[in-house]
Design a protein around this ligand. Structure first.
Ligand SMILES: [Ca+2]
Ligand SMILES: [Ca+2]
Length: 290
């Protein structure tokens, strides 16, 4: 496009009347075109006429539209804020509901626990009566189930064959210890009991005596030494025989099927790893009677 300016000049049409008829236009009637020039955009802008000043009505209308937009914007913001607040309240209510359900579960558990405690308290308030006195029980004291009372002590004769160490541990778990024989009368009682319980000649019972720490130095399970006045070895015992175990025999067992009360010497040393039944001993337990 050339830089030549374009100018539109006024175009005039001349009207004429003919025989009473009005002619709108006619090319032959003095039509004049002036020079036409194209102008550059800058020139166009320069030549553009300034926009007409808005009328007061238009100004009022524009003001009203602007106010409406502001009010609409404020209403939108308020609505958004309300929605956000509603969402926050909803989340808070949800959290509260979850906490409430947890509290209800805890309350249920506490109630169950309280019921169990009440039942236990009832049992404690009304303990069972002591049974009638028997050889295994004395007034105000008891040996408990599977224990036999004799001479102020309780004895339990196991039915399971275990090594000496396992037998010792079992007696401890039962609340006692492997028996420690401290009198002829106690030895007599045990000899007679074991004789009744034995099924074979080797069906003997471990007692709490050992020389495992120092050979031929015999000690009871509480660490006390064997009194020379209260030894009840069988003939030719202890012999620390190594035919069965090269380490010899360091534990003591009791029993003889054909035992007589005139001869109380029925102890034999034996390898501690041989399984045998055993005799546990414990003190009397106090019993609250009504
Ligand atoms: Ca020995
Ligand atoms: Ca022996």
């Amino acid at each position: 496009m050339p830089d030549a300016d374009i100018v539109y000049s006024d175009v005039k049409f001349k009207r004429s009347k003919d025989a009473g008829r009005e002619v709108t236009s006619s090319p032959d009637v003095s039509t004049t075109y002036s020079d036409v020039k194209f102008s550059s955009p800058s020139t166009q802008q320069h030549n553009q006429r300034p926009a007409a000043e808005p009328s007061p009505q238009n100004k009022q209308r524009r003001g009203a539209v602007t106010l409406e937009r502001v009010l609409l914007l404020i209403a939108t913001l308020l609505l958004a804020a309300a929605l956000a607040a509603l969402a926050a309240v909803s989340l808070e209510n949800r959290g509260t509901k979850i906490n409430l359900e947890k509290l209800q579960r805890d309350l249920t558990n506490l109630t169950e626990t309280q019921k169990k405690m009440n039942e236990l308290n009832k049992l404690n308030v009304n303990p069972p009566r002591c049974p009638e006195p028997t050889p295994s029980r004395t007034s105000g004291h008891t040996c408990g189930r599977d224990w036999e009372h004799h001479g102020g002590k309780c004895y339990h004769f196991t039915k399971t064959n275990l090594t000496w160490n396992d037998s010792r541990e079992r007696c401890t778990l039962l609340g006692g210890h492997l028996v420690m024989i401290e009198s002829q009368e106690e030895q007599r009682y045990l000899v007679n009991k074991v004789k009744e319980l034995m099924t074979t000649d080797e069906d003997k019972f471990w007692i709490g005596l050992t020389d495992a720490e120092t050979e031929n130095t015999w000690k009871w399970v509480d660490g006390s030494s064997l009194s020379p006045h209260l030894e009840f070895w069988l003939h030719n015992e202890p012999d620390n025989w190594t035919g069965q175990n090269v380490e010899g025999e360091d534990c003591v067992r009791l029993g003889e099927k054909g035992a007589t009360t005139r001869n109380l010497r029925y102890w034999t040393d034996k390898s501690c790893t041989v399984p045998h039944k055993s005799i546990c001993e414990k003190s009397l337990e106090k019993c609250t009677c009504f």
